[in-house]
Design a protein around this ligand. Structure first.
Ligand SMILES: *[C@@H]1O[C@H](CO)[C@@H](O)[C@H](O)[C@H]1NC(C)=O
Ligand SMILES: *[C@@H]1O[C@H](CO)[C@@H](O)[C@H](O)[C@H]1NC(C)=O
Ligand SMILES: *[C@@H]1O[C@H](CO)[C@@H](O)[C@H](O)[C@H]1NC(C)=O
Ligand SMILES: *[C@@H]1O[C@H](CO)[C@@H](O)[C@H](O)[C@H]1NC(C)=O
Ligand SMILES: *[C@@H]1O[C@H](CO)[C@@H](O)[C@H](O)[C@H]1NC(C)=O
Length: 688
């Protein structure tokens, strides 16, 4: 009898560590006419879809204390603080107080090819022409739905962690700034970017595969600022690959999230930067000039073919590594679940450095902010490593807002281009209240920052948190601390104090001055204190402001749709060029065009604008591709904007390994008739 009880106890401690659930849902908003978020490239509006954008949710509950955390990864450039707030409000309407700002973390892949309009501060609104409810609503709805799915899927399960090196997939794009960090500190690390990927694996108690979250720092800029098709960049593609593999062969609802980490100075353009049209290397500084007509630009591994090819390679590298780590030996995660979060006013922070106290600065962006990065060309006349302004721009800046003497001193050596923190026109230009958060899963801690941390900033913050955890008896030498971000909001960059002195893009975009990182470190030490002393309420949380009612939206309004003369919606305008293809080594592109309605009528969440169908019997077709697949493209344009007539094109890049057969391309859309609010769905096919 005693023997039996002992065995029973042993089993329960090995399995059933947590209650876990995974879920996924579509967050693609308007795919046309809205500006994309990330490059601030005027005119870079959506024209269709390469891949859909997704929210992927993971819930972990401590079965003993019922403490629960939610981690969501989204295919976005960053996360809007108001998006998180609205998601939490909706969750509370549905579930009551189980979900709060404290236990929901919404992270971002940092794709630069999604639509904009979900950040409420003026600087970021200007870069995409506004706060766009048409983007924000499906995003809130999709994130919410992904969490509902995870909630409905909760089962007894286990978590495991593994970590390993992934080479040839990221480089430092500001090594000059990195080199200013102390030699002894740099000597602790083999590389000037973090090469380790960390994977958290989710399995149920029968050992079935449920999902994974991977963290690896690399910018989502494999696809450059000339792209007009919505997609999740390299991490969106990595997630698609892993899920397709697992869903097909192993587990039909496996969810794979590729989250971002300390990627501030980390580029996927692994070959380095060159003057376009030449093989002259460049670094974006005044000294490294490109020949006239040529610009300094990053090159990914597939640059000779296309950005889509570079993206495929960087995405696939991450996918294969994550699968390898998922299936390799890993450390079981066990212990209690806890969380702590706070809205924190960074501009009120006071840091102590070598016994000297300094106040953080009001936000401001420097000259090199306009220089952009070496992943994409600069505005004319702006350079990396700029510590002095010039008269012409200073005059223009002073017309907008002349920085106070105090602000100039505080931000030095940053020459201020945009004094965002002292600008009062419209509403706040950059945030003051930041969402900072820390999750505990046994001896693994995940923290979220609303900012793009450079490699060394992330390492310092990670180390400081670990030290604080040990000091507060929450951790030990084996404690793992994971950096997740940008998450929960967006406040541009964070460099180290030393990197800040070399005003490259990242330093110039560190809004709150040279002590920004030190302020984050102290705020996280306080968070750790809060976790260790849950009954001590000496550290308070601020109120998050909501400016969305005062915002502007300059996205083109659109009118009703008209079909073309003598044709109806969905009619084929241009059929596939030939009805018979033989195999070749390179993909063949087949395409067809249709009379269309504006895709903004309905973003087709969780559905598709296109289908590729295979004939399987007489009058029987099976859908083999949608607009989420990497080898299909959906694009849309006006034929006559004044008349409201438009055309949609469906493309399929048929790889050589596609099974021979009869296929057809389909288009599904919505039109809004003039003088009516009802829309009509139509669907047509073109046989190839
Ligand atoms: C969208 O599709 C996912 C599966 O890909 C599903 O889990 C989710 O519930 C769907 N969302 C909605 C709103 O139907
Ligand atoms: C990276 O992962 C390897 C295991 O593959 C480990 O030995 C190494 O310590 C890790 N490096 C860092 C910086 O975490
Ligand atoms: C940055 O610019 C300063 C002059 O303003 C120059 O002395 C320094 O060498 C430059 N540093 C780099 C890394 O380009
Ligand atoms: C951007 O990507 C497109 C498509 O891959 C390519 O044709 C173009 O040369 C790239 N532009 C630059 C400046 O690298
Ligand atoms: C809370 O912690 C602070 C800082 O350690 C301490 O000064 C204060 O006395 C504590 N308050 C309570 C009510 O324990």
């Amino acid at each position: 009898m005693i023997r039996l009880i002992l065995i029973f106890l042993a089993l329960t401690t090995v399995i059933g560590g947590f209650r876990i659930g995974t879920g996924k849902s579509d967050i693609t908003g308007p795919v046309t006419q809205v500006m994309m978020m990330g490059y601030a490239e005027l005119g870079q509006t959506g024209q269709g879809i390469l891949q859909r954008l997704w929210a992927r949710a993971f819930i972990i509950e401590d079965p003993k204390t019922k403490a629960r955390i939610v981690f969501v990864n989204t295919d976005t450039q960053s996360m809007g603080d108001i998006i998180k707030k609205r998601v939490v409000e909706k969750l509370q309407e549905r579930y009551g107080p189980i979900y709060t700002e404290g236990n929901v973390m919404i992270s971002s892949t940092h794709s630069h090819s999604g639509m904009g309009g979900y950040l409420q501060y003026t600087l970021y609104e200007i870069s995409v022409l506004g706060w766009i409810e048409e983007t924000a609503n499906p995003m809130v709805q999709g994130i919410m739905q992904s969490i509902i799915n995870a909630h409905d899927n909760l089962v007894d399960g286990s978590l495991a962690l593994s970590s390993g090196e992934l080479l040839d997939s990221n480089i430092n794009r500001s090594p000059q700034a990195y080199l200013l960090n102390p030699f002894e500190e740099r000597a602790l690390y083999k590389h000037d970017v973090d090469k380790n990927m960390t994977v958290l694996s989710f399995k149920n108690n029968q050992g079935h595969d449920l999902g994974l979250v991977s963290w690896f720092p690399v910018h989502g800029v494999s696809i450059n600022n000339t792209n007009r098709l919505i997609n999740g960049d390299n991490k969106g593609y990595a997630a698609y690959l892993v899920e397709r593999h697992m869903n097909r062969n192993i587990s039909p609802s496996f969810v794979a999230a590729f989250a971002q980490s300390n990627e501030g100075d980390v580029s996927p353009n692994t070959l380095g930067s060159f003057c376009t049209g030449t093989d002259i290397p460049c670094d974006g500084t005044r000294e490294s000039k490109c020949p006239s007509g040529s610009k300094c630009n990053g090159r990914g591994p597939g640059w000779e073919t296309s950005g889509i090819e570079s993206n495929r390679i960087i995405g696939e590298n991450q996918a294969l590594k994550a699968l390898e780590l998922y299936t390799s030996e890993s450390t079981q995660v066990d212990g209690t679940v806890d969380y702590v979060q706070r809205y924190w006013d960074i501009t009120k922070a006071v840091v102590t450095n070598h016994d000297k106290q300094s106040k953080l600065c009001a936000a401001a962006m420097g000259y090199a902010f306009a220089a952009g990065t070496t992943d994409g060309p600069a505005l004319h006349g702006f350079h990396q490593n700029t510590t002095h302004g010039n008269l012409g721009w200073d005059i223009i800046r002073n017309i907008v807002k002349r920085p106070s003497a105090n602000q100039r001193r505080c931000q030095a050596p940053k020459p201020i281009l945009l004094d965002t923190g002292e600008m009062t026109s419209l509403h706040a230009w950059q945030p003051e209240i930041l969402d900072i958060q820390l999750f505990k899963l046994g001896n693994v801690f995940i923290y979220a920052v609303p900012s793009e941390f450079t490699t060394m900033s992330g390492r310092r913050l990670q180390m400081a948190i670990k030290t604080a955890l040990i000091e507060n008896y929450l951790g030990n030498e084996d404690t793992i601390v994971i950096h997740s971000g940008p998450a929960n909001g967006y406040a541009s960059y964070c460099t180290t104090f030393e990197e800040y002195q070399n005003q490259r893009y990242e330093g110039a975009s560190t809004p709150y001055g040279p002590n920004t990182l030190q302020a984050y470190i102290q705020a996280f030490e306080e968070l750790v204190f809060m976790m260790a002393n849950p009954t001590n309420h000496s550290i308070v949380s601020e109120e998050l402001p909501d400016y969305t009612k005062k915002s502007f939206n300059l996205t083109p309004i659109y009118r009703s749709d008209q079909s073309h003369l003598f044709r109806s919606f969905g009619d084929v305008l241009r059929d596939v060029s030939s009805d018979h293809f033989t195999k070749t080594s390179t993909p063949i592109v087949v395409s067809a065009s249709f009379v269309a309605g504006n895709p903004r009528n309905d973003p087709m969440l969780n559905k598709t604008f296109l289908t590729v169908e295979k004939k399987i019997a007489k009058d029987q077709w099976k859908v083999v591709r949608t607009d989420d697949d990497y080898d299909t493209r959906f694009s849309w344009k006006y034929k006559h904007q004044l008349l409201g007539t438009s055309e949609a094109t469906v493309e399929w890049h048929v790889a050589h390994d596609v099974e021979p057969g009869v296929y057809r391309l389909g288009y599904i859309g919505n039109s809004i008739a003039p003088f009516s609010n009802t829309d009509e769905t139509f669907q047509r096919e073109s046989v190839s």
